[in-house]
Design a protein around this ligand. Structure first.
Ligand code: NAP
Length: 454
């Protein structure tokens, strides 16, 4: 063991910050350096959480403040591991590296027409309206009257709500300027959210479903009644399903609001093909019934009853997907880095010395922000055990050498003070317009602001 413990964390989303705090707390001598590809910390808290759910960002803000306040912690933004620095570089400067880079890809449907203009991954749409620099130049045509969102998770409800909220509700938020302008001109009046299974199997959570009733939307429910019996039992899961079914019953019983924007929750329908000559015109769907999946679950089976829904925009919200990280093993089927409790394992399930993983890249894209806390703690516990047991490699570059290497390889890196300059710039920009903040979406402008050149 060569104290003090020095750890690099790659990815500054919730899993990265939870891991940093846990390390700083549990080993009072440890030093942590947090790297992010973007100049801004936060990961999906900045570019995934819905702009109208700003309060959810506070869950992680406390952890961000705690870490940033510690003299044993450093943030290095605008550095891509695998490009400017390699895994080996990080291990020459640290005893261990924790990868917490999330799931940056998206899952596909594998149906005809998926690449027609007007058909997109919901994850891209989310990144676009949240001002992620990689997606700022994309465009989404909102000139049609109906959009379809495929999938029954929280992302599906987020994008459906964003499409229908309207400019006045979105203006005070930190939605990206380009998206605010597009939403102001949007002609979308109806969003159909398509679930392949029934209401009792939906993946969205109760607060998200409840919230739909608070936005003067005309919420319609189709094919929920046949969605399977209400689960018996008193455990938390059965209770959550019962609550969601009760809410859906209430929405179904409401009088229609003919002048309001409409949100249709249509269950038991699978997409078959996205159809159109030059762009999306209709979605061909098939009605499903539920049958036993053989493992105590219910799966969708086609009834053969086919219909078409006219729409100009189709967003597939069928899940995120982890992407390989240069230098690490990858389980392509699950989209994760193979690991045991957070220790990255290679062939024969042998641990890679000094390499760990936390968050979605460890367990797949599931759970809410807080789920990452326990996940990161488990990883940190393994790392600390390995440090105590002398099972970590010894870095051969000291702290000064590390900073020299960073200056040499990453001249445009953005440190904590640089991020605070961006933060202040964005908040001040928002103040003039009675908005939470006006996000910077251009990397060059961000680095200029961070370095005080703007
Ligand atoms: P998700 O929760 O895994 O939901 C994916 C949905 O896509 C499921 O309904 C799934 O249906 C459906 N699906 C998958 N393949 C399909 C196909 N080929 N055809 C039709 N439907 C298909 O994924 P997500 O919505 O991307 O969310 C990811 C994670 O982030 C979740 O843990 C979520 O709770 C979290 N999140 C939370 C919030 C929040 O707290 N507000 C907001 C956004 C995201 P089956 O069930 O039938 O497979």
């Amino acid at each position: 063991m060569s104290a003090p413990l020095r750890v690099a964390i790659v990815g500054s989303g919730p899993a990265g910050f939870y891991a940093a705090n846990d390390l700083l707390k549990r080993d009072p001598a440890s030093r942590v350096e947090l790297f992010d590809r973007l100049p801004t910390p936060g990961g999906l808290v900045r570019s995934g959480v819905s702009p109208d759910h700003a309060a959810r960002r506070e869950v992680i803000a406390t952890y961000e403040r705690l870490a940033m306040a510690s003299h044993r912690f450093r943030f290095h933004g605008n550095i891509e591991i695998g490009r400017q620095l390699t895994h080996e570089d990080l291990l020459r400067c640290h005893h261990a590296v924790i990868y917490a880079c999330g799931s940056a890809g998206d899952r596909r449907l594998g149906i005809p027409g998926e690449d027609l203009p007007g058909s997109h991954a919901a994850t891209s749409f989310v990144s676009w309206y949240n001002g992620h620099p990689d997606f700022a130049a994309q465009s989404f045509d909102l000139s049609c009257e109906r959009a379809i969102v495929i999938g029954n998770g929280n992302v599906a409800l987020d994008v459906a709500r964003m499409l229908l909220l309207g400019h006045d509700r979105l203006h005070p938020t930190d939605v990206a300027d380009h998206a605010l302008r597009a939403f102001a001109e949007s002609r979308i009046r109806e969003v159909v959210v398509l679930g392949r299974r029934g209401a009792a199997q939906c993946a969205f959570t109760t607060p998200e479903l409840l919230e739909l009733g608070h936005h003067d939307l005309d919420v319609r429910v189709e094919h929920a009644a046949s969605a399977g019996a209400k689960p018996a039992g008193r455990d938390a899961r059965a209770y959550a399903v019962q609550l969601k079914l009760r809410l859906l019953d209430e929405y179904a019983a409401r009088a229609a609001l003919p002048d309001a924007r409409r949100l249709v929750l249509r269950f038991l329908n699978s997409p078959l093909a996205i159809v159109g000559r030059d762009r999306v015109e209709t979605l061909r769907v098939v009605r499903n019934r539920l049958v036993s999946g053989g493992r105590g679950d219910l799966v969708a089976e086609s009834t053969g009853e086919i219909s078409e829904i006219t729409a100009g925009l189709v967003l597939r919200a069928v899940g995120y997907r982890g992407l390989p990280v240069v230098g690490l093993p990858f389980d392509a089927a699950r989209g994760i880095v193979p690991n045991v409790g957070g220790r990255i394992v290679g062939e024969n399930r042998r641990p890679m010395r000094g390499a760990y993983v936390a968050g979605w890249l460890k367990r797949g894209p599931s759970g809410v922000i807080g789920t990452n806390k326990g996940c990161s703690q488990e990883t940190v516990a393994c790392l600390l055990q390995d440090f105590a047991g002398d099972r970590l490699p010894i870095p051969d570059i000291d702290d000064q050498g590390t900073q020299r290497l960073l200056t040499e390889r990453c001249p445009d890196r953005v440190d904590y003070l640089g991020w605070k300059k961006i933060d202040r710039h964005e908040r001040l920009g928002g103040m003039d317009q009675q908005r939470l903040r006006v996000k910077l979406v251009d990397l060059q402008r961000m680095t200029a602001v961070a370095s005080g050149r703007f």
